[in-house]
Each structure stands twice: as structure tokens, then as C-alpha cells.
Design a protein around this ligand. Sequence first.
Ligand SMILES: Cc1cc2nc3c(=O)[nH]c(=O)nc-3n(C[C@H](O)[C@H](O)[C@H](O)COP(=O)(O)O)c2cc1C
Length: 189
Amino acid sequence: MKPFIVGITGASGSPYAWRLLQKLNEQGLEVYVVASETGMLVFEHEMGFSLDSGVAGLHQGTFHIENVKSFFSPIASGSRRFSGMIVCPCSMGTVGRIAAGTSDNLLIRAADVCLKEKFPLLLLTRETPLHTIHLENLLRLSKTGATIMPISPSFYHHPNSIDELLDQMMGRIFDHLGLEHNFHTRWEE
Ligand SMILES: Cc1cc2nc3c(=O)[nH]c(=O)nc-3n(C[C@H](O)[C@H](O)[C@H](O)COP(=O)(O)O)c2cc1C
């Protein structure tokens, strides 16, 4: 399977990012990880450990941590093939920059490449409430091919823990990437 790209931005929601990396690791997948500067800070603030140290402990998959300031990376190039990119969590700042096509750091550039190469691009957005500019940017990205997946936990499966809440979202992400999983039971009538 071709590698995945995980982008981590400075929106709240680091437990979702960490759970995603753990799940990709459990599947033994190859993953390029790129975090914005604020993404690194918010991750450490919310998780209590740095992204670098966390990823260093993941051994089943293959993880590449990319420098968001350097464009000398495979994920900056449309000549490399990827299974898709998940931006999790995705801030409204990053939504705006992807929608504007700025490509001004490696994370934004990688998302731009995914759009132009038609690789799946999943944006796990987190902000509330949303104003009109947010909504217009999201509409623009949706029309261009991105999948907008607001981080919104569900409760109909009666979660008993935060991990169960996170796994419901992980299941939705894996579904959209075409990856098999048994993270949660599916709704049955
Ligand atoms: C603790 C913390 C939580 C934040 N949560 C959000 C959020 O949920 N959504 C959002 O759009 N921005 C949030 N922000 C603001 C972004 O980090 C800020 O706009 C930043 O410039 C985004 O840049 P980036 O997308 O390159 O990471 C938060 C900032 C901090 C410090």
C-alpha cells in the first residue's frame, strides 16, 4: 500500500491525532507526519508529551517526521504517489490557506498536491461556531475534492471512555480511506 500523510495543525483535538497515528501504526502502514509549528505546541500542551517522542515509540509502522518549513520532502511533490492525507485536527487557519492555494509551508503544500493529484484529502476540522468565511472556505475545498469531516463525537453507540469516542471517529476516517477496521460496531436496525 502507498504511504499516508498525516498533517497536524494547531486546532484543539490532539487526542484524535494521536489515536490516528496509533491506529495507522497498528496496521503497519508507512506514514509521513507533518505538523505546523502551532500544531506541535498544542499537541504537547494537550497530550503532555511531544509529537516527536510519541512517534519515536511507534514501531509497527514506518513513520517519517517531516519539517513543516522544508519543501525538500517527498510529500511536496506530485511525482510521488500517496494513499491519501488526513489533516487531524485541522484549524480554520489551515483551511483558509489550503482554500487559497498558498502552499506556504509543507503541510499546506502536501494538501495542495493531494487536491491536484486527486488523492483523498480528509480535513478533520475543529472550530465552533463557524463564520461565513470558514463556511465558504470549506465549501470551496469540498467542491475541489476534499472530504470535510468535522470532529464531532457521536453518542448513539454509548461510549464508555474517551478512547471509544475517539475510535468512532477513527472508524469513519478508515472507512473514507478504504481501510478495513473493527474499531466500533456499526449501526444495525
Ligand atoms: C490551545 C489552542 C487551541 C486552539 N484551538 C483551535 C481550534 O480548535 N480551531 C482553530 O481553528 N484554531 C485553534 N487555535 C488557533 C490556531 O492554533 C491558530 O489559528 C494557528 O495560527 C493555526 O495555525 P496552523 O493551522 O498552521 O496550525 C488554537 C490555539 C491554541 C493555542
